[in-house]
Design a binder for this molecule. Structure first.
Ligand SMILES: [Zn+2]
Length: 87
């Protein structure tokens, strides 16, 4: 039995297609079609990251708002106690 290894050149931007050799594959990688695909993937990734960051920002703003409210309530209580104690 003999085993042989064959290199297969495929790309996600053109599913099901195999480039014949390393050179034609390299040319494909430099093509407008492939560059456009890479750009669209990057843009999609960027949009996802922006969404994740926006969600984190919203959470932090909500937490900040709650903490501010707690602080203000504590400050009010302190003032009331100081008045009661004539401080
Ligand atoms: Zn490609």
């Amino acid at each position: 039995m003999t085993l042989s290894v064959t290199e297969v050149f495929t790309c996600e931007c053109k599913p099901g297609f195999n480039w014949k050799n390393k050179n034609t594959f390299k040319m494909h990688k430099a093509s407008i079609r492939h560059k456009t695909y890479e750009k669209s993937i990057q843009e999609k990734t960027n949009r996802i990251n922006i969404n994740k960051l926006q969600i984190q920002l919203n959470r932090l703003e909500l937490e900040n708002s709650r903490l501010r409210e707690l602080f203000l309530n504590s400050a009010k209580e302190n003032m009331i106690l100081k008045k009661k104690l004539n401080l």
